[in-house]
Design a protein around this ligand. Sequence first.
Ligand code: ADP
Ligand code: MG
Length: 209
Amino acid sequence: MKTEFILQAVDAISIAIHAHESEIESLDRAIGDGDHFINIKRGVTTIAAMREELSALPADVALQRIGMKLLSTIGGASGPLFASFFIAMSKTLKTQQEESLATIAAAFADGVESIKQRGKSDLGEKTMLDVLIPVAQTFRQQVEAGADMPALLTAIKASAEQGMLSTRDMLATKGRAAFLGERAIGHIDAGAKSSQVMISAVCDLLAQT
Ligand code: ADP
Ligand code: MG
Protein backbone atom coordinates (compact mmCIF):
# COMPACT_ATOMS: atom_id res chain seq x y z
CA MET A 1 0.00 0.00 0.00
CA LYS A 2 1.26 3.44 -0.87
CA THR A 3 0.97 6.40 1.46
CA GLU A 4 -0.26 8.42 -1.50
CA PHE A 5 -3.21 6.04 -1.74
CA ILE A 6 -3.99 6.48 1.97
CA LEU A 7 -4.10 10.25 1.48
CA GLN A 8 -6.39 9.89 -1.55
CA ALA A 9 -8.62 7.59 0.50
CA VAL A 10 -8.86 10.20 3.27
CA ASP A 11 -10.05 12.76 0.69
CA ALA A 12 -12.57 10.33 -0.81
CA ILE A 13 -13.87 9.46 2.66
CA SER A 14 -14.18 13.11 3.56
CA ILE A 15 -16.33 13.83 0.48
CA ALA A 16 -18.50 10.74 1.04
CA ILE A 17 -19.03 11.41 4.73
CA HIS A 18 -20.07 15.00 4.07
CA ALA A 19 -22.50 13.81 1.40
CA HIS A 20 -24.18 11.66 4.09
CA GLU A 21 -23.99 14.18 6.90
CA SER A 22 -27.68 14.53 7.68
CA GLU A 23 -28.34 10.80 7.39
CA ILE A 24 -25.52 9.81 9.76
CA GLU A 25 -26.37 12.61 12.12
CA SER A 26 -30.03 11.69 12.36
CA LEU A 27 -29.29 7.96 12.80
CA ASP A 28 -27.11 8.71 15.83
CA ARG A 29 -29.71 11.17 17.10
CA ALA A 30 -32.40 8.47 16.91
CA ILE A 31 -30.63 5.83 18.99
CA GLY A 32 -27.42 7.51 20.19
CA ASP A 33 -26.51 11.06 21.16
CA GLY A 34 -26.22 12.65 17.72
CA ASP A 35 -22.49 13.33 17.65
CA HIS A 36 -21.28 10.52 15.39
CA PHE A 37 -21.02 12.65 12.25
CA ILE A 38 -19.10 15.33 14.16
CA ASN A 39 -16.75 12.72 15.59
CA ILE A 40 -15.98 11.26 12.16
CA LYS A 41 -15.62 14.69 10.61
CA ARG A 42 -13.15 15.70 13.31
CA GLY A 43 -11.09 12.59 12.60
CA VAL A 44 -11.06 13.10 8.84
CA THR A 45 -10.20 16.80 9.11
CA THR A 46 -7.38 16.13 11.55
CA ILE A 47 -5.86 13.48 9.30
CA ALA A 48 -6.21 15.63 6.20
CA ALA A 49 -4.23 18.32 8.05
CA MET A 50 -1.39 15.80 8.58
CA ARG A 51 -0.91 15.39 4.82
CA GLU A 52 2.59 16.83 4.68
CA GLU A 53 3.87 14.85 7.64
CA LEU A 54 2.25 11.62 6.41
CA SER A 55 3.35 11.87 2.80
CA ALA A 56 7.00 11.49 3.80
CA LEU A 57 6.33 8.23 5.66
CA PRO A 58 6.00 4.60 4.56
CA ALA A 59 2.37 3.39 4.62
CA ASP A 60 2.63 1.29 7.77
CA VAL A 61 4.13 4.17 9.74
CA ALA A 62 1.53 6.56 8.32
CA LEU A 63 -1.28 4.24 9.49
CA GLN A 64 0.28 4.06 12.94
CA ARG A 65 0.42 7.87 13.16
CA ILE A 66 -3.17 8.11 11.97
CA GLY A 67 -4.28 5.70 14.69
CA MET A 68 -2.43 7.56 17.43
CA LYS A 69 -3.83 10.86 16.27
CA LEU A 70 -7.39 9.53 16.15
CA LEU A 71 -7.01 8.28 19.69
CA SER A 72 -6.32 11.79 20.89
CA THR A 73 -8.79 13.69 18.69
CA ILE A 74 -12.03 11.75 18.13
CA GLY A 75 -14.08 11.51 21.25
CA GLY A 76 -16.84 9.07 21.99
CA ALA A 77 -16.87 5.33 21.69
CA SER A 78 -15.89 5.38 18.04
CA GLY A 79 -12.54 7.23 18.42
CA PRO A 80 -10.61 4.51 20.24
CA LEU A 81 -12.25 1.87 18.03
CA PHE A 82 -11.18 3.48 14.75
CA ALA A 83 -7.76 4.19 16.28
CA SER A 84 -7.21 0.55 17.18
CA PHE A 85 -8.22 -0.46 13.64
CA PHE A 86 -5.44 1.63 12.06
CA ILE A 87 -2.82 0.68 14.65
CA ALA A 88 -3.50 -3.05 14.21
CA MET A 89 -3.50 -2.71 10.42
CA SER A 90 -0.16 -0.93 10.62
CA LYS A 91 1.34 -3.72 12.73
CA THR A 92 0.33 -6.40 10.26
CA LEU A 93 1.60 -4.47 7.25
CA LYS A 94 4.93 -3.90 8.98
CA THR A 95 5.54 -7.62 9.42
CA GLN A 96 4.81 -8.49 5.79
CA GLN A 97 7.76 -8.70 3.43
CA GLU A 98 5.80 -8.70 0.27
CA GLU A 99 2.80 -6.62 -0.46
CA SER A 100 -0.20 -8.22 -2.11
CA LEU A 101 -3.97 -8.01 -1.93
CA ALA A 102 -3.86 -10.96 0.46
CA THR A 103 -1.62 -8.96 2.79
CA ILE A 104 -3.98 -6.01 2.74
CA ALA A 105 -6.97 -8.29 3.35
CA ALA A 106 -5.13 -9.81 6.33
CA ALA A 107 -4.25 -6.35 7.67
CA PHE A 108 -7.88 -5.25 7.32
CA ALA A 109 -9.06 -8.38 9.15
CA ASP A 110 -6.56 -7.75 11.96
CA GLY A 111 -7.82 -4.17 12.22
CA VAL A 112 -11.39 -5.45 12.60
CA GLU A 113 -10.26 -8.03 15.16
CA SER A 114 -8.72 -5.26 17.19
CA ILE A 115 -12.03 -3.33 17.20
CA LYS A 116 -13.76 -6.48 18.46
CA GLN A 117 -11.28 -6.76 21.30
CA ARG A 118 -11.30 -3.14 22.28
CA GLY A 119 -15.09 -2.86 22.04
CA LYS A 120 -15.64 -6.30 23.61
CA SER A 121 -18.14 -6.77 20.84
CA ASP A 122 -18.98 -9.05 17.96
CA LEU A 123 -21.32 -9.59 15.03
CA GLY A 124 -25.01 -9.02 15.73
CA GLU A 125 -24.70 -6.29 18.38
CA LYS A 126 -25.90 -3.45 16.13
CA THR A 127 -22.57 -1.67 15.67
CA MET A 128 -20.02 -0.84 12.99
CA LEU A 129 -18.84 -4.45 13.33
CA ASP A 130 -21.95 -5.65 11.52
CA VAL A 131 -20.40 -4.00 8.46
CA LEU A 132 -16.71 -4.53 9.19
CA ILE A 133 -16.78 -8.25 10.05
CA PRO A 134 -18.63 -9.35 6.88
CA VAL A 135 -16.47 -7.03 4.77
CA ALA A 136 -13.27 -8.53 6.23
CA GLN A 137 -14.59 -12.02 5.45
CA THR A 138 -15.66 -11.11 1.94
CA PHE A 139 -12.35 -9.39 1.25
CA ARG A 140 -10.39 -12.49 2.29
CA GLN A 141 -12.65 -14.98 0.53
CA GLN A 142 -12.67 -13.06 -2.74
CA VAL A 143 -8.89 -12.66 -2.75
CA GLU A 144 -8.44 -16.36 -1.97
CA ALA A 145 -10.83 -17.22 -4.79
CA GLY A 146 -8.73 -15.11 -7.17
CA ALA A 147 -11.43 -12.56 -7.94
CA ASP A 148 -10.40 -9.72 -10.22
CA MET A 149 -10.50 -6.14 -8.97
CA PRO A 150 -13.99 -5.19 -10.25
CA ALA A 151 -15.53 -8.37 -8.81
CA LEU A 152 -13.71 -7.87 -5.51
CA LEU A 153 -14.90 -4.28 -5.16
CA THR A 154 -18.48 -5.15 -6.09
CA ALA A 155 -18.55 -7.97 -3.52
CA ILE A 156 -17.11 -5.77 -0.77
CA LYS A 157 -19.59 -2.97 -1.44
CA ALA A 158 -22.51 -5.40 -1.44
CA SER A 159 -21.32 -6.96 1.79
CA ALA A 160 -21.02 -3.55 3.48
CA GLU A 161 -24.49 -2.54 2.30
CA GLN A 162 -26.05 -5.76 3.49
CA GLY A 163 -24.28 -5.52 6.86
CA MET A 164 -25.41 -1.93 7.34
CA LEU A 165 -29.03 -2.81 6.53
CA SER A 166 -28.88 -5.84 8.84
CA THR A 167 -28.50 -3.55 11.88
CA ARG A 168 -32.00 -2.15 11.35
CA ASP A 169 -33.80 -5.05 12.99
CA MET A 170 -31.24 -5.80 15.67
CA LEU A 171 -31.41 -5.17 19.37
CA ALA A 172 -28.35 -3.20 20.48
CA THR A 173 -26.20 -4.81 23.12
CA LYS A 174 -23.23 -2.43 22.94
CA GLY A 175 -22.90 1.35 22.86
CA ARG A 176 -25.49 3.95 23.83
CA ALA A 177 -28.28 2.27 21.83
CA ALA A 178 -28.12 -0.66 24.25
CA PHE A 179 -29.96 1.48 26.82
CA LEU A 180 -32.96 1.70 24.51
CA GLY A 181 -33.79 -2.00 24.40
CA GLU A 182 -36.54 -2.73 21.89
CA ARG A 183 -36.84 0.95 20.98
CA ALA A 184 -33.63 0.68 18.96
CA ILE A 185 -35.28 -1.82 16.62
CA GLY A 186 -36.19 -0.26 13.28
CA HIS A 187 -33.19 2.10 13.24
CA ILE A 188 -29.94 1.51 11.38
CA ASP A 189 -26.83 1.96 13.53
CA ALA A 190 -24.95 5.20 12.80
CA GLY A 191 -21.52 3.57 13.02
CA ALA A 192 -22.61 0.82 10.63
CA LYS A 193 -23.81 3.50 8.18
CA SER A 194 -20.64 5.59 8.39
CA SER A 195 -18.48 2.48 7.98
CA GLN A 196 -20.46 1.42 4.91
CA VAL A 197 -20.14 4.92 3.41
CA MET A 198 -16.38 4.97 4.03
CA ILE A 199 -15.80 1.48 2.62
CA SER A 200 -17.88 2.24 -0.44
CA ALA A 201 -15.92 5.47 -1.05
CA VAL A 202 -12.59 3.62 -0.90
CA CYS A 203 -13.91 0.95 -3.29
CA ASP A 204 -15.00 3.66 -5.76
CA LEU A 205 -11.56 5.24 -5.50
CA LEU A 206 -9.89 1.89 -6.22
CA ALA A 207 -12.18 1.34 -9.18
CA GLN A 208 -10.85 4.53 -10.77
CA THR A 209 -7.17 3.75 -10.23
P1 ADP B 1 -20.67 7.64 21.19
O1 ADP B 1 -21.46 6.38 21.19
O2 ADP B 1 -19.72 7.70 22.36
O3 ADP B 1 -21.51 8.86 21.06
P2 ADP B 1 -20.07 7.79 18.37
O4 ADP B 1 -21.41 8.40 18.23
O5 ADP B 1 -18.95 8.47 17.67
O6 ADP B 1 -19.68 7.59 19.90
O7 ADP B 1 -20.08 6.30 17.80
C1 ADP B 1 -21.18 5.46 18.00
C2 ADP B 1 -20.96 4.21 17.18
O8 ADP B 1 -19.87 3.45 17.70
C3 ADP B 1 -22.15 3.28 17.26
O9 ADP B 1 -23.08 3.65 16.28
C4 ADP B 1 -21.54 1.90 17.04
O10 ADP B 1 -21.49 1.56 15.66
C5 ADP B 1 -20.13 2.08 17.52
N1 ADP B 1 -19.90 1.41 18.81
C6 ADP B 1 -20.25 1.84 20.03
N2 ADP B 1 -19.85 0.96 20.98
C7 ADP B 1 -19.23 -0.06 20.33
C8 ADP B 1 -18.58 -1.29 20.73
N3 ADP B 1 -18.45 -1.65 22.01
N4 ADP B 1 -18.07 -2.08 19.74
C9 ADP B 1 -18.14 -1.72 18.44
N5 ADP B 1 -18.73 -0.59 18.02
C10 ADP B 1 -19.27 0.22 18.93
MG1 MG C 1 -22.74 9.31 19.48
